[in-house]
Design a protein around this ligand. Structure first.
Ligand SMILES: Cc1ncc(COP(=O)(O)O)c(C=O)c1O
Length: 373
């Protein structure tokens, strides 16, 4: 390697190493080793995955995919088939759909296409952190405006942050980690006023009360991000998509690297939509259990659980959050520690697990918070 290349590469790598990034949490294996547990005993409630679709319901679909797909061929046709199914599912034109290798990948694509150095991206805080990392990677400015303490938007504060360089507004709804959903009128008002693209992240829409999707034809600057990772339980297959008015969707679809998604993921997405009752039943069961979990959490002294429109619940504790987190972890229960959010000092987040998992978590919390289990 030439000396000048070495110098450039060292600088470049140092810069990349130093950039703020999404850091995955400890693996089940690491936790099991650390606390002397069996890996199979770990209950993972920190990533908002949907455990309500039994694997037994998905495996037969995967077997069909193995029979039907020719893995030797590029997945052009399967992408078109999935677009057709998504368009029927959301009642939007097929030309409005763009598919990606997870919704994170589509989000990154939106940022790459619409944000330049010198532009800024606006959102509220707290929200899904991947957005901030992608904006910073792009060399654009990240502006976060705190939510109000009831998790509603500070409309005046948001508008104050808009200027001629603001080119992307990110609205996560239902929002991770608050689990609250923005009012449609609020999203509409901001979309009308914002001088750039408005990206509404609806990763959890299936667990919520409504969706902004019907408005994509009204607003030429609106993109709605969706995923198969949550309600459809396909997080491991990395399949996401966005819908927007056809003009915008066409631009999103234009990629120098063709076929970003593999044929297995595309086909499984289609199968899940063809068997939509699997998702619908799981969401119904999860929502019932979500209500129970929130009620039970709120009965524990020193625990305040917030309402949820997603498949997870945010709660605040009277005791320091690190201790609460550790006490659960020692029993193999992995929840997400968040710390201070707005006026709440000790926030933690848990996925709505299967009933038996929630019982374990509630028991651990009751014990730690000083109540007899
Ligand atoms: C708000 C939000 N958007 C997107 C994602 C990621 O979705 P995907 O698996 O499609 O990248 C998550 C995952 O937790 C999320 O909370």
């Amino acid at each position: 390697m030439k000396a000048e290349c070495k110098q450039w590469l060292e600088k470049k790598l140092a810069k990349l190493q130093g950039s703020e990034n999404y850091t995955p949490e400890k693996t089940n294996e690491t936790i099991a080793k650390q606390y002397g547990l069996k890996t199979s005993d770990i209950v993972k409630l920190n990533y908002n995955e949907n455990l309500y679709i039994p694997r037994a319901k998905v495996i037969p679909l995967l077997k069909q995919v193995a029979e039907e797909c020719d893995f030797r061929i590029y997945p052009q046709e399967e992408e078109i088939r999935l677009k057709e199914k998504i368009s029927q599912y959301l009642n939007v034109p097929q030309e409005s759909v763009t598919i990606g290798n997870s919704s994170d990948e589509v989000m990154e694509r939106v940022i790459r296409l619409f944000l330049e150095a010198g532009n800024s991206a606006v959102t509220f805080l707290p929200t899904f952190t991947v957005f901030k990392y992608c904006v910073q990677y792009q060399g654009a400015e990240f502006v976060g405006v705190p939510l109000k303490n009831d998790f509603s938007i500070d409309g005046a504060g948001m508008r104050k942050a808009f200027n001629k360089d603001s080119k992307l507004l990110y609205l996560c709804s239902p929002n991770n980690p608050t689990a609250s959903q923005l009012k449609l009128e609020e999203i509409e008002a901001l979309t009308e006023e914002f001088p750039g693209i408005v990206l509404v992240d609806e990763a959890y829409a299936e667990f919520a009360d409504y969706s902004i999707v019907p408005l994509i034809n009204k607003y030429e600057n609106l993109i709605v991000l969706r995923t198969f990772s949550k309600a459809f339980s396909l997080a491991g297959l990395r399949l996401g998509y966005a819908v927007a008015n056809p003009n915008l969707a066409k631009a999103l679809d234009k990629s120098p690297a063709p076929y970003p998604v593999n044929v297995v993921s595309l086909s499984m997405g289609r199968k899940m939509l063809e068997n939509i009752n699997i998702m619908q039943e799981s969401v119904k069961a999860l929502k019932a259990e979500r209500g129970n979990l929130i009620n039970q959490l709120n009965q524990i002294k020193g625990v305040q659980a917030f309402d949820s429109k997603a498949n997870f619940v945010l709660f605040n504790t009277a005791k320091p959050y690190e201790g609460v987190y550790e006490s659960a972890l020692k029993q193999g229960l992995v929840i997400k520690k968040l710390g201070k959010l707005l006026a709440y000092e000790n926030c933690l987040r848990t996925t709505v697990g299967l009933p038996e998992m929630n019982v374990k978590l509630l028991t651990a919390l009751r014990e730690y918070m000083g109540e007899k289990a």
